[in-house]
Design a protein around this ligand. Structure first.
Ligand code: AQP
Length: 325
C-alpha cells in the first residue's frame, strides 16, 4: 500500500512561481509515488482580511491553476478544506493538547501579526493546529511544502507525540519534503515571494506582464553600472534562471555576468523568454478550465466525498481513544 501524502494551498491570492517551485512542482512529481491528497485550505485563508465577494472565485482559480500545473484529479484527490468539517473538529481536539508556548514561537504568526496588526485574531494564532489536523486526519506521512512551513510540520510532529503518549498510538509522525527551491525570494529581493506582498510572478501571468515585472526586478544590488562585474551568487534572478533556463544558458550567464559581458537587461530578457515558455501551457490550460465552473466543482465535491470516507474512520478512532461516545 502506498503511503499517504497531504499538502495544501491557501486561496489567498494569485498562485505564483514561488508556490510552484517550492511546492506544486513537487506535488506533481510525487503524485504516483504516494496516495496524494491536495487541499485548498479556505479556512486558513480567512484568518487574514479578505473580501467575501472574492473568495469563491479565488477557490476555483486555485483549483484551476493547480490542475493546469499537473495535479491530475484522476490520479489524486483535490478538494476544499471547508467541505470536510472533520478537519476543524480534530483541530479543536488538538487545541487541547498544544501548549500556548509552542504557538507563540511560530515565526509565521509573528510575521502575519505584523502584516495584519489591526486583526491579530485567535485563528491566526491557532493556524498551525488546524494545519496539523489537516495532515493528521489522513494519517499522512509526507508533506511537501516550502521552507516557510517546516516549523509548522515540526509542531505537527510534537502534537502527534503528545496525542499518542496520552491516548495511545494513533497518528504517524509526518515528515516534510522540501524541493530544491524551498524558498524563492520576491522580485523586490527583500522578502519571500508571497501572494500577499505582491512581489510575485503569477503562474498565469501574461507574457507582456512577465517581461514588465522582470524589467523592474532587483538583481545584484552592488552592480550599479552596465560595465560593473556582477555576482550571480547574490542575484535573485540567477536563482530563477537555475529553475527556468536551459543548462548551457545557466552556465554561460554564470560566467559572462562575472565579466560584465552581459548586462541585466539582456539577462532578464533570456529569463523572461524561458519563464514564458514554461508558463504558457499552464496559462492556456488554466484559461480553459477556469471557465468550466461545473467541471471544477465536480472535481472538488468528488474529492471531498473520498476524504469524508477517510476522516470518518480517523475521527471515530480518535473519539474512542479519548473516551468520548
Ligand atoms: N516563496 C516561496 N518559495 C517556496 N515555496 C513557497 N511557498 C509559498 N511561498 C513560497 C509554498 O507554497 C505552498 C502553498 O503556500 P500557501 O498558500 O499555503 O501559503 P504561504 O506559504 O503563506 O504562501 P504565500 O504565497 O506567501 O501566501 P500568503 O501571502 O497568502 O501568505 C506552501 O507549501 C508554501 O511553503
Amino acid at each position: 500500500m502506498k503511503k499517504r501524502l497531504f499538502s495544501g494551498i491557501q486561496p489567498s491570492g494569485d498562485v505564483h512561481i514561488g508556490n510552484y517551485l517550492g511546492a506544486i512542482k513537487n506535488w506533481v512529481r510525487l503524485i504516483d509515488q504516494y496516495e496524494c491528497i491536495f487541499c485548498i485550505v479556505d479556512y486558513h485563508a480567512v484568518t487574514i482580511e479578505y473580501n467575501p465577494k472574492d473568495m469563491q472565485k479565488r477557490i476555483l482559480n486555485a483549483a484551476a491553476v493547480n490542475i493546469a500545473s499537473g495535479l491530475d484529479p484522476n490520479r489524486c484527490i483535490v478538494f476544499v478544506q471547508s467541505y470536510v468539517p472533520e478537519h476543524t473538529e480534530l483541530a479543536w481536539i488538538l487545541n487541547t493538547i498544544t501548549p500556548m508556548g509552542h504557538l507563540e514561537r511560530m515565526t509565521q504568526f509573528k510575521d502575519k501579526s505584523k502584516q495584519n496588526a489591526e486583526n491579530i485574531n485567535a485563528g491566526l494564532f491557532t493556524y498551525p493546529i488546524l494545519q496539523a489536523a489537516d495532515i493528521l486526519i489522513y494519517k499522512s506521512e509526507a508533506v511537501p511544502v516550502g521552507e516557510d512551513q517546516v516549523q509548522h510540520i515540526e509542531l505537527a510532529r510534537e502534537i502527534v507525540r503528545k496525542f499518542n503518549t496520552r491516548y495511545g498510538e494513533t497518528f504517524p509522525e509526518p515528515k516534510e519534503i522540501l524541493s530544491e527551491a524551498s524558498r524563492i525570494m520576491g522580485l523586490d529581493g527583500k522578502a519571500k515571494m508571497s501572494k500577499s506582498l505582491g512581489n510575485y510572478i503569477s503562474l498565469v501571468e501574461t507574457p507582456e506582464s512577465i517581461g514588465k515585472k522582470l524589467s523592474t526586478a532587483v538583481t545584484d544590488e552592488n552592480r550599479k553600472r552596465r560595465t560593473d562585474a556582477g555576482n550571480p551568487d547574490v542575484c535573485n534572478l540567477f536563482t530563477l534562471h537555475k529553475h527556468f533556463s536551459k543548462n548551457e544558458q545557466i552556465e554561460t550567464i554564470n560566467a559572462v555576468c562575472r565579466t560584465a559581458e552581459i548586462g541585466c537587461v539582456e539577462c532578464k530578457k533570456i529569463l523572461s523568454n524561458n519563464i514564458i515558455e514554461t508558463l504558457t501551457p499552464i496559462r492556456l490550460k488554466y484559461e480553459h478550465l477556469v471557465n468550466d465552473q461545473d467541471y471544477l466543482l465536480n472535481i472538488l465535491h468528488t474529492g471531498a466525498k473520498r476524504c469524508k470516507e477517510i476522516v470518518r474512520d480517523t475521527m471515530s478512532e480518535v473519539k474512542k481513544k479519548m473516551g468520548l461516545i
